[in-house]
Design a protein around this ligand. Structure first.
Ligand code: GLN
Length: 485
């Protein structure tokens, strides 16, 4: 049952030569093919993966291996790769192959990972359900009538279904944590600037951050340690080293103050979700953590603020897809202006167009002060709320999402109800803080429930450490959807 093993257990097997990287890689490639119905992958690179697995086996034999040598992983299809096309879930980039690897891709390859393929995602990472992908929606392995969350839904579904041991994702407003919650995984959104954005296709540059989707906090520490750290190619990258895996995991919960914001525990949240979060808090309390009440009074402004700033940045970032420099080129056009218009009309999907329109509107001369500038001021106020709360606590806790995974199609006609899914996650991106979602239970119909931990800027250690201590005592993170065990 190779697919049920943790990264650490896989590493041990590989190092003892009980299994080869080639065997392991084949095993996962077979599983991806067997469960292709989930639609979790956009591209699979069998040939390339087997070639790097052979290289990994050589290093393992020579004892030159690192933490991840020979372990197969997958990347969200937003990270540029030289070998495979990078579509970003869009028709616009369905024929695009990057001339270089993203730093994250490069670093994980340097750590010895074998890249098997690229996972499905909401188009340009805009969405909370993976239903905006040009390549079709992804199914949640826990119940295939449900969404896996988004936008990193393909990564989440594939890790949850054990099609891959770990995968990368990106989080602009919740896209690592929300799918982690919906699929029963541990998902880490690091502090802004911790993980290089070089080669990660930009959605909203001041909010985007890459991170791992894994089954446990321990796996998360291993992946984060390998993919993060200063990158001179990213001007917003922070020049501070990532703690070692042991430093990330060894945390004494005694005296750690967990802050419960009143705004996160209100009646809009499902009772099953609140129940599981409260039970998890009791477990942490038993291990010595202290629960304190805090307040984030401006949380309600998070969604409107995010949905001004993110589309504004997106409208600017996506202007490069003009059918000339990048992306799909229309056959219909007979003038330059026509070429821009037709290429963009044909290449982008509905949600992306909606965001471009909103973004262009809020940045336009007549409305800039009323919307964009005001949103920037609110962003500061939201950030200050967190600062004040952290005077009273070390980690902020609450549900990751108000509900468990919803049905496919349930929210596609109502964009605002879709946006409301990020109510607890997107303020964290506005403030640039690190945050992690971990599984803490199942609801009445057997769907995973996620709890969110939010830390001070640069303090991933308290998050991963707390989650690890919790996971030493519970087995929610080991639960696997029945048909995929
Ligand atoms: N669901 C949010 C959105 O649609 C967040 C997406 C993300 O984090 N990439 O914008």
């Amino acid at each position: 049952m190779l697919h049920l093993l943790s990264l650490k257990a896989l590493r041990e097997r590989l190092q003892k030569r009980e299994v080869s990287s080639v065997e392991l890689t084949k095993h996962f490639i077979d599983r991806i093919a067997k469960f292709s119905d989930l639609n979790a992958f956009i591209s699979v690179d069998e040939e390339g993966a087997l070639a790097s697995a052979e290289d990994a086996d050589k290093s393992l034999t020579k004892n030159e291996s690192g933490n991840l040598t020979g372990i197969p992983i997958a990347h969200k299809d937003i990270f540029c790769t030289k070998r495979l096309r990078t579509t970003c879930g869009s028709k616009m980039l369905s024929g695009f192959t990057a001339p270089y690897d993203a730093t994250v891709v490069q670093r994980l390859a340097n750590a010895g990972c074998v890249t098997i393929g690229k996972t499905n995602m909401d188009e340009f990472a805009m969405g909370s359900s993976n239903e905006t992908s040009f390549f079709g929606n992804v199914k949640n392995p826990w119940q295939t009538s449900r969404v896996p969350g988004g936008s990193s839904g393909g990564s989440a579904a594939s890790v949850a279904a054990r099609l891959i041991p770990a995968a990368t994702g990106t989080d602009t407003g919740g896209s690592i944590r929300q799918p982690a919650a919906f699929c029963g995984l541990t998902g880490l959104k690091p502090s802004y600037g911790r993980v290089s954005r070089y080669g990660m296709i930009a959605f909203a540059s001041s909010l985007d951050q890459g991170g791992p989707l894994t089954r446990s906090a321990e796996d998360s520490a291993i992946m984060f340690n390998a993919m993060g750290g200063f990158d001179p190619k990213d001007s917003t990258s922070i020049e501070r080293p990532i703690p070692s895996v042991n430093e990330l995991l060894d945390l004494d919960l005694r005296g750690l103050r967990l802050g419960l914001p009143t705004e996160f525990f209100d009646s809009s949240v499902d009772t099953a979700v609140l129940g599981s979060v409260r039970e998890a808090l009791q477990i942490l309390e038993k291990r010595g953590a202290q629960l304190v009440d805090v307040s984030l009074p401006n949380s309600a402004a998070g969604i409107p603020c995010y949905y001004v700033i993110a589309p504004a940045e997106a409208s600017s970032n996506l202007s490069r897809f003009d059918g000339v420099r990048f992306g799909h080129r229309s056959e219909q056009a007979d003038s330059l202006l026509d070429l821009y218009e037709c290429s963009r009309a044909e290449g982008f999907g509905e949600e992306v167009k909606r965001r471009i329109l909103i973004g262009t509107y809020v940045l336009s001369a007549g409305y800039y002060d009323a919307y964009y500038l005001k949103a920037q001021k609110i962003r500061r106020v939201i950030s200050d709320d967190f600062k004040k709360a952290f005077e009273k606590c070390d980690v902020i806790v609450g549900p990751t999402t108000p509900s468990t995974a919803f049905k496919i199609g349930e929210k596609t006609q109502d964009p605002v109800s879709m946006y409301l899914n990020d109510i607890f996650t997107n303020t964290v991106n506005l403030a640039g803080l690190p945050s992690l979602s971990m599984p803490v239970g199942l609801d009445g119909s057997g769907l995973p429930i996620g709890m969110q931990l939010i830390g001070r800027f640069m303090d991933e250690t308290s998050l991963i450490g707390t989650a690890h201590q919790f996971q030493l005592e519970t087995d929610w993170h080991e639960r696997c959807p029945e048909d995929f065990a």
